[in-house]
Write a protein that binds this ligand. Sequence first.
Ligand code: ZN
Ligand code: ZN
Length: 328
Amino acid sequence: MRTLTRSDAMAKPNHQPKRSWKFGGSNPPWAVTWLTWPILFTFNIGLALRAITQQWNYSSVLTALLITDVAVLVTLEFLFPVRRQWKMTWRSFFRDLKYIVAGGATFAVFDGLFGLASIRLNTGHVGPLTDWPLYLSVPAALLVVEFLNYSQHRWSHELNGALGNFLWRSHAAHHLPEQVYVLMHPASHPINGFIVRGLVTLLPLYYLGATPETVLLFSTIVTFQALISHCNVDIRAGWFNYVFVGTELHRFHHSANLSESKNYAVTLSFLDIIFGTFYYRPGSLPGRLGVVDPSAYPNSTDFWKVMMLPFEREVEQGFSSVPAADLR
Ligand SMILES: [Zn+2]
Ligand SMILES: [Zn+2]
């Protein structure tokens, strides 16, 4: 498939240039677009499998993979941003850093509180998946956790009432920025971090009796997909988008246009297909990112106001009188 160029868009004024670079951006070489996902995915899985056969320290392997993935993807973002206005800047990086630190601290607290630092504490814990071979236990763990995560994520966006409101206001921190790039992935409210990391990931893995090997492969896939799905580069995964949530899918989840902002799954996109929330337009980019009505929310740089968001009532905060569900 030939890549659309800026001149194509200009030559066809009536053609809605689906992936117009009119806002600035660059077309990466073919190899970057089509080979980044398969090469990095294979590298991640390959190293995790080698760690298992060689009995390496699993936590160190996960850290090494995280650093490698971030380094490669952030470099590509600076070389070939799909839209320059979505690029990470020093200002946006320091904004995100506060959320990342707050989220990271929450993860550490809840890991300790529930004793769920999974790789360490899953050692020796027995459950339904413990005796399963890896080729069954990893997909099973992914399915269970992804289903729970899909549910809470969809509720965060679509559920009305007090619970829906609270979930959305805890999740909104991830959607307030009008950009999407790799290091935005961990930027979230600690309450959302607790729900995603503690309630719907570590707790099920623990009770399923996932072995450290299962957790290593599970975490390798989930972390890699979460990072690459936020990458501000024209990375494509072709037919794999019907299995995994790639860059082309999650970018639309951040759209400010509610008809596009679907794709609630974080790792397994076929859950969106099954539940009717799949939005895939190959070669197309969302227009504006963020929330529908930014004026109804604190600015994402206003860290403490965003932290207080889950606890504020709309009238007191002076937010829009539009129901929260309509603002997402
Ligand atoms: Zn969301
Ligand atoms: Zn996201």
